[in-house]
Design a protein around this ligand. Structure first.
Ligand code: NGO
Length: 563
């Protein structure tokens, strides 16, 4: 592996991106200076002293297609629709679907009420006008995640077959409104949506983001915040990297020291932490409410120092190593020759599978440099069988293709431009035998890679990754030269490793604005792919991210609006 020789990252924790911070505080200061001006033009029922005028670039209805990810089909035309104090959100669904549809209606109302100041009651049944959410459409072309948005003078209607489609349609609707709609205090409208029709379905079924909660522990509320940010861009999988050398982050009843002791530290020696089962369930259901499926990962047989430190019997020599708070990789291994190893894997997978409604369970398999090849193959055979026994689909990092992927297994490719031909060919051979791929090329979509040499956080072992590089590649052909066919690609995933990341602000400054580009690669048809038009649509996300409090990196490659 090319990465073998990479140097350990320099860890600089708790630095904030002060530039971004200054940028964020500007509109708020500006807003308070204009309070008096705004007082006379507030929306119905608004408390005037909390209203500020919309910035100039927000006043007109944004063009219908100005959405990230780019919608599949956009037909502008007709009159715009304006949300007003009398607008209702009408939920129109069969009885079977009505709870879900109502929930999505309430979610939309929750997004719009604080900034508009309108009541926006959510009501059920037919009726014209307002915002209409129709679930249970018989239009098969919308698939499981697609939707249609029709906007005109009388109202805006979202139609979908499944709740996921309605939810994604809500994200589009939201982006068609001025960025100030994302503020949590009352703002001045108008709240206008351009007229026309959008018909939208995803290119790939798998559009993921990974969060490493092991190197630095992230609290439940930090993860929920990230989930909300991912949902805005129609990401539908949240892969949680729950164990590594530096920390075990999920309670396992049959092996309680894993979390209690193995979770008690992190990179740099902080207190670490772990999720109780109730907290994990809460995360899973929160993610589901945002149409994201949680994919838990227990990294095996390497990256296991936290487990080895917690239970001496898991070590070949029976001696538990100390906890580890550095950032090296490849030094730990479960003992493939001991039966207790498989009892351990069985217990962990059984408990985790029981907590996880989604179909996937990720067993890592990367950088097992302290496990012999023979042991690796034997171990992965048994570990995969255990995952299947508990009814889950195996996911592994692409080194799994150096063992024997089971039928239906998914390999997550994290190679980069320097990855050798042998390795690519091995991955391609596995796809010919039925293994499907999730693509996470490290020099494209690793969100922990530095943007350029001035980036304070992150690492650079796969090279610098500016916003254009993260966006400008084609998942369908990325491994074509090695022989990977288009239909072997299940989708894309952007991992965020946290050796250098501690706070949500730091996380945001690395994820944004690259993550929306990866989301677009996963969702939008290849025909819409174009850096020049994308960068303008991305620029329009700037004020929205600011309003949401997202500390994004103001890449010089993107024409962000002034102010
Ligand atoms: C590699 C390694 C991780 C690191 C990451 C940092 C994979 C799959 N294994 O990616 O342990 O955290 O790089 O960029």
């Amino acid at each position: 592996m090319g990465v073998l020789g990479r140097s350990a990252p320099q860890v600089r924790t708790r630095r904030r991106d002060t530039l971004v911070r200054q940028h964020r505080s500007f509109p708020r200061l500006f807003g308070s200076l204009l309070l008096v001006v705004a007082a006379g033009v507030s929306s119905v029922g608004a408390a005037p002293e909390r209203v500020r005028p919309a910035p100039a670039h927000d006043v007109k209805a944004r063009p219908l297609g100005q959405v990230v990810p780019a919608p599949a089909r956009v037909r502008p035309g007709g009159s715009p629709y304006a949300i007003t104090a009398s607008t209702r959100i009408r939920v129109d669904a069969s009885r079977a679907d009505s709870r879900e549809a109502r929930r999505i209606g309430s979610y939309l109302a929750g997004l719009l009420r604080p900034s508009t100041g309108y009541a926006l009651p959510v009501t059920e049944g037919h009726g014209d006008g307002g915002i209409r959410l129709r679930l249970g459409s018989s239009d098969r072309s919308l698939g499981e995640e697609g939707y249609r948005l029709e906007s005109g003078r009388g109202g805006v209607t979202l139609t979908a077959r499944e709740p996921a489609g309605l939810f994604h349609g809500v994200q589009t609707l939201r982006q068609l409104l001025p960025a100030s709609v994302e503020e949590r205090s009352r703002q001045r409208g108008p709240w206008t949506i351009a007229g026309g029709t959008i018909t939208d379905t995803p290119r790939y079924a798998y559009r993921g983001a990974m969060l490493d909660v092991s190197r630095h522990f992230m609290t439940v509320s930090q993860v929920k915040l990230y989930i909300d940010q991912l949902a805005l861009y129609k990401i539908n999988k949240l892969h949680l990297h729950l164990s590594d050398d530096q920390g075990w982050r999920i309670a396992v009843d049959s092996w309680p020291r894993l979390a209690a002791y193995g979770g008690s530290t992190q990179v740099g020696g902080g207190p670490g932490g772990y999720y109780t089962k109730a907290q994990y369930r809460d995360l899973v259901s929160y993610a589901a409410s945002r149409q994201l499926e949680v994919i838990p990962e227990i990294d095996l047989p390497g990256h296991t120092n936290a487990a080895l430190a917690s239970y001496a019997e898991l070590n070949c020599d029976g001696v538990a190593p100390p906890l580890y708070t550095g950032t090296s990789v490849g030094f730990s291994s479960l003992c493939a020759g001991k039966e207790v190893t498989y009892d351990f894997v069985d217990d962990v997978v059984r408990e985790l599978a029981a907590l996880t409604p989604g179909k996937y369970l990720h067993i890592g398999g990367d950088e097992a440099h302290s496990t012999s090849h023979e042991d690796y193959v034997a171990f992965m055979d048994r570990a995969q069988a255990i995952v299947r026994k508990y009814g889950k689909t195996v996911v592994g990092w692409h080194q799994l293709t150096g063992a024997t992927p089971v039928k239906g297994a998914v390999a997550q490719y994290w190679g980069y431009d320097e990855t050798g031909a042998d390795e690519r060919l091995r991955v391609a051979a596995a796809t010919k035998a039925g293994t499907r791929l999730v693509l996470s090329p490290a020099d494209r979509v690793y969100l922990d890679m530095k943007y350029d040499r001035n980036t304070v956080l992150g690492q650079a072992w796969a090279g610098y990754t500016e916003v254009d590089r993260a966006y400008d590649w084609n998942p369908a052909t990325y491994l074509a030269d090695a022989g990977v066919a288009e239909d072997a690609v299940l989708g894309v995933e952007a991992p965020l490793w946290t050796e250098t990341i501690v706070t949500s602000d730091q996380l945001e400054s690395m994820a944004f604005p690259r993550l929306p580009g990866v989301a677009e690669l996963g969702w939008s048809p290849a025909a819409t792919h174009d850096w020049n038009t994308y960068k303008s649509r991305l620029a329009a996300q700037g004020p929205r991210m600011t309003a949401l409090g997202i500390d994004y990196y103001r890449s010089p490659l993107v024409p962000w609006p002034a102010g």
